[in-house]
Design a protein around this ligand. Structure first.
Ligand code: AHG
Ligand code: MN
Ligand code: MN
Length: 334
């Protein structure tokens, strides 16, 4: 097999589609390098003293794990000096992070969930990093939170790294989705899957069913129909998978099809769900759409949502198109 590195892929993609200018290539390579460092820390576990709680809280009121903080620092440090960014934002930081004055500024803005699936860290189960890239608005001065509030359809790149039995980088720059596997001995990312496509037919779904009693009627209806199996309106049996790390559930769906749901529910009626729009739902929605799937909040396409706040939450239904369309239509007929 001829090995194509991430760098070669990015250079050739630029020649072909003219959509990865040098600064964006640098950005992607720097993010990939940071993910390599995170992957190394994840792999060390207790030996690297990276497990356990940091006993601090983030802006969402969630207790931070040591690895949440470490991953955030790794991404910030790696991306500060290259001159490709105007600013960064993260799940783990209340406000946006400006590029220090000693470094040149670029035209891109990077958002990330440095460590997704934090509850899996201490039990040695797959976790990941999610990232989203936006362009700074024309004529922007010192970046503000407002400059980040662009709909997901404006993302110029999005992706995630998954730290599992293998470490992989799944990337889109708007021309399909490609997968790179980290060659741990060589320290390089190698293209291993081109143009990932979500299978249209699926018998798998992902939802945290412990919240069933709080679900709204469209979600209950959809799930009850799946649960009814061959005797129900769907006429086939479905299977559940829930890994408690969106990265890992989405990765399965990209490869094997299925639907992932984190709906809003009646527990906290004012809360639009659990997941965050700008650095969880948007990048995943772009990847899923680029792989032929769909992503909605039950009512509208996630990528069309105009964000109002950096840490805004959103309901998420994503994966195989026909399933997402079905559950979305149940919301419309409400
Ligand atoms: P994070 O670790 O970045 O806070 O994200 C966890 C998210 C998501 O990845 C996962 O699908 C979901 O939370 C799991 O939620 P439950 O604990 O409610 O199952
Ligand atoms: Mn997350
Ligand atoms: Mn996180």
């Amino acid at each position: 097999m001829k090995r194509i590195s991430l760098t070669q892929y990015l250079v050739e993609e630029q020649r072909l589609n003219n959509n990865i200018p040098a600064e964006l290539r640098l950005l992607i390579e720097v993010v990939a390098r940071a993910c390599k460092t995170i992957s190394h820390a994840v792999g060390k576990g207790a030996l690297g003293e990276v497990l356990g709680s940091a006993e601090t809280e983030n802006i969402q009121g969630e207790v931070q794990k040591k690895l949440d903080i470490l991953s955030n620092e790794i991404l910030l440090e790696a991306n500060e000096w290259g001159g490709h960014l105007a600013a960064m934002a993260s799940e783990e930081m209340e406000s946006i992070h400006l590029i220090p004055n000693r470094y040149p500024k670029g035209e891109y803005m990077l958002l990330f969930d440095p460590l997704d699936g934090s509850s899996n860290i201490d039990i040695n189960v797959t976790i990941g990093t999610i990232f989203s890239v936006l362009k700074a608005p024309e004529g922007m001065g010192t970046p503000t939170e407002q400059d980040f509030l662009q709909p997901g359809s404006k993302q110029v790149a999005a992706g995630y790294a998954i730290y599992g039995p293998q470490t992989m980088l799944i990337l889109t720059t708007g021309q399909g989705v490609n997968c790179f596997t980290l060659d741990r001995e060589m320290g390089s990312w190698v293209l291993t899957q081109r143009h990932m496509q979500i299978p249209a037919e699926t018998q798998e779904y992902a939802i945290n069913a412990s919240n069933a009693r709080h679900w709204y009627p469209p979600v209950s209806r959809y799930i009850n129909e799946l649960l009814a199996g061959t005797e129900g309106p769907r006429g086939k049996n479905f299977n559940t998978r829930w890994i408690a790390a969106m990265v890992t559930d989405v990765h399965r769906i990209l490869n094997r099809g299925g639907i992932f749901m984190y709906p809003a529910d009646a527990r906290e009626p004012d809360k639009a769900g659990k997941l965050r729009l700008m650095y969880e739902a948007n990048p995943m929605a772009m990847l899923v759409e680029q792989a032929g799937g769909a992503a909605t909040n039950g009512k509208q396409r996630i990528l069309d949502i105009q964000p109002e706040k950096l840490h805004q939450r959103v309901a998420v239904f994503l994966g195989s198109k026909s399933e997402v369309e079905r559950v979305t239509s149940y919301h419309e007929s409400q």
